[in-house]
Write a protein of this length. Structure first.
Lengths: 161, 206
């Protein structure tokens, strides 16, 4: 007989620890007395509490209905919490050519959520191209007359004197 | 309401134990207190053994049994019959006892039942006394004290498994249902509990 088997046999001996004969009948009598006294002692408040509890338990049964109601509540709450769109303000993107990759772009932040408008500059021919006279005039009309080179108008340098 | 077929078969005596219990539960739910009394009488010895062997105190056991049956009576509405009444009421018993043991950890005393006289004809006892000198030399009372003290040294959840498996003879699957554990966890707890008990009771295991 190994130790494990010996242990199991030892533990099985505890089955012989039994309550005295007639214990079950005596216990039942005590149980009935206790049940009856509890019934008498119960206050109206505890009865009301028990009935409310039973009512809530009854409500818990159609879980599908409660689940659907919960999902609807979450949906409504989500929609309510979502950021609402602000009033629209148009932002104009000024572009000098119809080719958007080389055109100058107005980088002002556009918060309106709308697509910026692309407006080609008049007579703009793309980067690196010489301006014509008409273009120079247009430029002056847009940004004002160009400042003259100060070196040309100032007195000659000292070393020339 | 009690199904007609079950009622007829019960009068014929053709019902299984599980069906009889279910019928008694149905009647109890319908307000038949005598039906619940029958259940109390039937399950008191089995639940007593479980609770007593977990607490090793007969006064605590009697008090706990009152609570257990009162709780079972109040919860009858929630008994769905997925498992047998035996398993269901055992679950209440084990949970109530574990809660009691946890809240009264530091004031535990042993108060033991007497061993019945049938132990002297028990096959296990006869073989143990024949093969082990310490068991033969120890009186029954001393052996009982040591066994209970050893069980009390186990963690409560391990003790519950040992009580149901080794003393009550329940299968792993039912213990798992009662305690809400997998069979693997039940086996693992048994393994560790047995190893601990072997160390504590080493004097008797030679």
């Amino acid at each position: 007989m190994n130790k494990e088997e010996q242990l199991q046999r030892l533990l099985r001996l505890k089955r012989h620890e039994q309550p005295p004969e007639g214990f079950a009948e005596e216990f039942l009598e005590k149980f009935q007395r206790r049940q009856r006294s509890e019934l008498v002692r119960r206050s109206a408040l505890s009865i009301l509490g028990e009935r409310l509890q039973a009512w809530f338990e009854g409500l818990r049964r159609p879980a599908v209905i409660w689940g659907a109601a919960g999902a609807y509540a979450v949906l409504v709450l989500t929609l309510w919490l979502l950021p609402r769109p602000t009033p629209q303000s148009d932002v104009t993107m000024i572009v000098g050519t119809e080719n958007p990759s080389t055109a100058p772009v107005d980088h002002r932040i556009n918060n309106s959520g709308t697509e910026p408008k692309i407006v080609p500059l008049p007579n703009y021919q793309g980067p690196g191209k010489r301006r014509t006279t008409d273009q120079e005039q247009n430029k002056e009309s847009l940004i004002g007359p160009e400042e003259k080179n100060p070196e040309k108008s100032a007195d000659p340098p000292l070393r020339d004197l | 309401m009690v199904p007609e077929t079950i009622a007829t078969r019960m009068t014929d005596g053709a019902l299984t134990e599980k069906e009889q219990d279910r019928l008694l539960v149905e009647r109890s739910r319908d307000g038949d207190t005598a039906a619940f009394d029958t259940l109390v009488l039937k399950f008191t010895p089995r639940l007593y053994a479980t609770v007593y062997n977990m607490t090793s105190n007969r006064e605590d056991t009697a008090d706990l049994l009152q609570d257990i049956f009162a709780r079972a009576y109040r919860s009858l509405k929630r008994f769905r019959g997925d498992s047998g009444f035996h398993t269901w009421v055992h679950r209440i018993a084990v949970n109530t006892t574990l809660n009691f043991l946890k809240s009264n950890k530091h004031r535990r005393t042993l108060s033991l039942e007497d061993m019945d006289s049938a132990i002297e004809r028990d096959k296990d006892y006869l073989e143990l006394t024949a093969s082990s000198d310490p068991v033969r030399e120890a009186g029954l009372n001393e052996l009982q004290q040591h066994l209970n003290a050893a069980l009390q040294k186990l963690p409560e959840s391990h003790r519950a498994v040992v009580v149901m498996f080794d003393i009550q003879g329940m299968p792993h699957a039912e213990i798992g249902h009662i305690m809400g554990l997998s069979q693997g966890t039940v086996r693992s707890r048994l393994f560790y509990a047995h190893r601990q008990l072997q160390a504590i009771l080493s004097d008797y295991l030679k």
